[in-house]
Write a protein that binds this ligand. Sequence first.
Ligand code: ACM
Ligand code: ZN
Length: 532
Amino acid sequence: MKQGLLIFFLFILMNAHSQQINIVPKPAAASIQKGSFNISPSTKIILEGSGLEKTAAFFNAYLKKFYDFELNIASSNTAKKNVIVLNFERMDHTIPGAYSMTIDQDKAYIAGDNEQGVFYGIQSLIQLLPFEKNKSLSVPQLSITDSARFAYRGMHLDVGRHFFDADFVKQYLDLMAMYKFNTFHWHLTEDQGWRIEIKKYPNLTKVGAYRNGTIIGRHPGTGNDSTRSGGFYTQAQIKEIVQYAADRYITVIPEIEMPGHSMAALTSYPELGCTGGPYKVRESWGVCDDVFCAGNEQTFQFLENVLDEVIALFPSKYIHIGGDESPKTRWKLCPKCQQRIKDNNLKDEHALQSYFIQRIEKYLNSKCRQIIGWDEILEGGLAPNATVMSWRGEQGGIDAAKQKHNVIMTPGNYCYFDHSQTKKEDSLVIGGYLPIETVYSYDPVPKQLNAVEAKYVLGAQANVWTEYMAYPSKVEYMLLPRLSAMSEVLWTAKNNKDWKEFQPRLLNEFKRYDWMHLSYSKSYLSDPVTAK
Ligand code: ACM
Ligand code: ZN
């Protein structure tokens, strides 16, 4: 009898342990109860606040896609049984998007601090749905209160090295939304391709959006495939994507690179370079000496005109202007650049880069926009209102925060998803080794900052540079499952984050990726970091 009791308690204990809540990123507070709630075609959605139709439609589109049924929307005085209720509720949290969710036997009740919070509640509910096509979807009874650690939760995608079509960009945004990211950094211009239609400068896409070949293998390559490739987004497509993102509470920050990484633009308009060309849209990777001429007034006219069209397409407060990896080789030899240095009493070519960025900042500020630049914009002096994206480690971010500038952290050793997920590379990558455990361990607030300085860290993002990602499934593979770890870095409070506790939920994410037919790396299982 006693033994029977012991086995019974052991069973309860094991059961309690296995009752993990499969939500990523991990909610701030959550408790699971016994029992479940079933969502079926007879379940109704009740909207108790205005502006929630979009989120209800999002949920229905998800159900339709994966389970082949949709729910009716009912008026708020319907009997509150077999319902999903969406509502607003004041929550005491400074970062927008807080929500609570209670699931009992009769209903799922989601209350958001704002529309975004309700959307995140729905994302959490979606994550609880079974991975089985069924007309009765059982979710566990539970209560959650949840909110984000950082205001800036970003993902970047380089569409310059390889072009990815609008449908794939939307899929990328869906993955971001699933994990409660709120900022998409769209790297639109590169040496290897210009991807955004600019009506005033048609050559940018007629000439600059295509290259006549791509190197084979790792840079400098074993040859060239001599295959023309490229593409661009029309302004109509861009508007559609910006709206698609907004419907998922994601802001799109466009990046227009200057003064470097501009060979596609220079090929289209050679007069904007120091030598006048001729130039060629690049077919190999790495840093290029040819950059926009900083001494030529036409360069600034061109960039301001381009930015005018960019601003009209993107409502984002921030415009990313690049600023990274811009060699000074041409500027040192260019009479116009040297004249500019003289005329403005600049110390050297670094100061000339600072002049360049500050001039563009002034222009964008006059249009009520703020600039973000890679950490090279610190060299030669920061533009007065610039936000710094720290990629060459954390030092740029530390320096900028100490200078009271906003910072977004994206150091290569934690946030570069172009690095390998396995110690021995399992496909051609740029180099580096970034297993998911390392991503998970990242804390965007450097120890060197005091509490006041730390406030300048808006958040972080992971970058997906696509030199060695020529097709969508490779991007998915490099993204997943590291995206799930990054979401927890950005959303979950530091003291609530735990790699051990994350791992069983990660295995559940693997099941989700299989269910969604996504390509992902299982290196966590085959190549654990602990075996290092
Ligand atoms: C960068 O990775 N060049 C910002
Ligand atoms: Zn020049």
